[in-house]
Design a protein around this ligand. Structure first.
Ligand SMILES: Cc1ncc(COP(=O)(O)O)c(C=O)c1O
Length: 471
């Protein structure tokens, strides 16, 4: 049974092939079985191409954090590398070399010790990187407990209820108790005091998110580390920190250079990022770096053949495309520090301009504030229509803007979120604002009466079901 079951109403009908492509082939082919005969590549291409027309326009997708535009040269490089398997380090030693360079570049960007010998790897995205970071924490904690003759069967991980779903997956898949700290009432993410309160001798680590998925805010990594330092100094457990910098670890180093959040804080053991988010690469690449070799337990590392020798790997997958790694290195060369700074700064300026314009509208208020990635969330204020109505109406104009409830602790507030990415120009932002005004006027005209603002009524709850958004 496929996991995705949102089948169209005509799902049982065969696929029809347009007359000019069918020639003397079948005009109808099965939808859920292999066709009996082959068809020309151009026909197969046209069928798939036509079907994909109904996907949204990726550039107007303000829901995703993932890169939707790269330079043509990057696209060309990726096409040239399409057949390369990242795991075949022996056959593709230069792709492996580019991966090694990228890890070192990131380690240096995040202030790890060492020069050219950083411990880290590429992954399919931040989710896999977070799994690897979590596994390293679990293994280290268990080893220490076993060495001290203490029980090691009830590990827990402390994090805000605003973490991305990958951390709940990690806990479920690897039998770790998720200690999800409710957010709110004023702050929509983890705070130092609440993190420390939840830690005990079974805590394998605290996850601090740099760029919360819900509203883009940076969690206070430095304060969390300082509070954990005090806990350890007072005889409490010595709890390491993993920074989930899926977005923020490629933003803060360039436009928030004065923020202390990385390996400059001794308690930070590992950091992940998504190369395919603010690393500016098309989907399929993430990264994780440990502060030093000792932070990654040796038992987790497997050896693969590499140029007749051995290459250490730590991954959940085996085969994986190499093209994204080449594209990441292309971006590092192409943009350099100054280029990344300009791109991220432009995104931040557009996000802040658009946020100001939206908060000036009487129907909306910003939910996020303060420092963070170029992402913001806003809610309705005193309107009879809900954020779900706005999301639906914007979709009719081509804009994909998700609406969802905030995490546990603030779940009665529902918001819309906008991710400003490379390629969402100020001009597009103006066009979006024009459409938001039009949609708001229309919803105001058709609804009438004051409503419950950002709160969910029963009708909204039904809508939420319909437009459920998964982080
Ligand atoms: C904070 C955070 N962590 C992890 C992830 C998962 O990242 P990926 O999609 O690269 O697996 C996301 C995705 O949005 C995220 O925002």
């Amino acid at each position: 049974m496929p996991l995705h079951r949102n089948a169209p109403s005509h799902a049982e009908e065969p696929l029809s092939v347009r007359p000019q492509f069918a020639g003397n082939l079948d005009r109808e082919i099965p939808r859920h079985a292999l066709p009996a005969r082959s068809m020309p590549a151009s026909t197969a291409y046209q069928i798939v191409h036509d079907e994909l027309m109904l996907d949204g326009n990726a550039r107007l997708n303000l829901a995703t954090f993932v890169t939707t535009w790269m330079e043509p040269e990057a696209g060309r490089l990726m096409a040239e590398c399409a057949e390369k398997n990242m795991i075949d380090k022996d056959e593709y030693p230069q792709t492996a070399e580019l991966e090694r360079r990228c890890v070192n570049i990131l380690a240096r960007l995040w202030h790890a010790d060492g020069d050219g010998d950083a411990t880290g790897c590429s992954t399919t995205g931040s989710s896999e990187a977070c799994m690897l970071g979590g596994l390293a924490l679990k293994w280290r904690w268990r080893k220490a407990r076993q060495a001290a003759g203490l029980a090691s069967d009830r590990p827990n991980l402390v994090m805000g209820a605003n973490v991305q779903v990958c951390w709940e997956k990690f806990c479920r898949y690897w039998d770790v108790e998720p200690r999800l700290v409710p957010v709110g009432p004023d702050v929509a993410h983890l705070t130092a005091d609440k993190a420390v309160e939840r830690c005990d001798e079974n805590t394998i680590g605290v996850v601090a998110v740099l760029g919360s998925t819900y509203d883009g805010a940076y969690e206070p990594v430095q304060e969390i580390c300082a509070a954990l330092d005090r806990l350890a100094a007072s005889g409490g457990p010595d709890v390491p920190v993993h920074v989930d910098g899926a977005s923020g670890a490629m933003v803060a180093p360039f436009i928030d250079a004065d923020l202390d959040w990385d390996f400059r804080l001794p308690r930070v053991q590992s950091i992940n990022t998504s190369g395919h988010k603010y690393g500016l690469v098309y989907p399929g690449v993430g990264w994780i770096v440990w502060r030093e070799t000792a932070a990654l337990p040796e038992e987790l590392v497997f050896r693969v053949d590499y140029l007749g020798g051995e290459m250490p790997t730590f991954a959940l997958n085996f085969s994986r495309p190499g093209a994204q790694v080449a594209a990441q290195y292309f971006n590092f060369l192409r943009l350099g520090e100054a280029g990344y700074r300009e791109v991220q700064q432009a995104c931040r300026e557009t996000a802040s301009w658009l946020g100001d314009e939206i908060s000036a509208m009487p129907e909306y208020a910003l939910v996020s504030g303060g420092r963070g990635i170029p992402v913001f969330a806003f809610r309705t204020v005193g309107t009879a229509f809900s954020v779900y109505d706005v999301s639906d109406a914007l979709r009719a104009k081509g804009w994909l803007v998700p609406a969802y409830p905030m995490p546990t602790g603030m779940e009665d507030v529902s918001v819309l979120r906008i991710v400003v990415r490379n390629g969402f120009s100020r001009d597009l932002a103006h066009l979006f604002l024009r459409d938001l005004h039009a949609v708001t006027d229309r919803l105001t005209g058709t609804s009438g009466g004051a409503g419950t603002g950002g709160s969910l009524g029963p009708a909204d709850a039904a809508q939420r079901e319909r437009t459920a958004f998964h982080h």
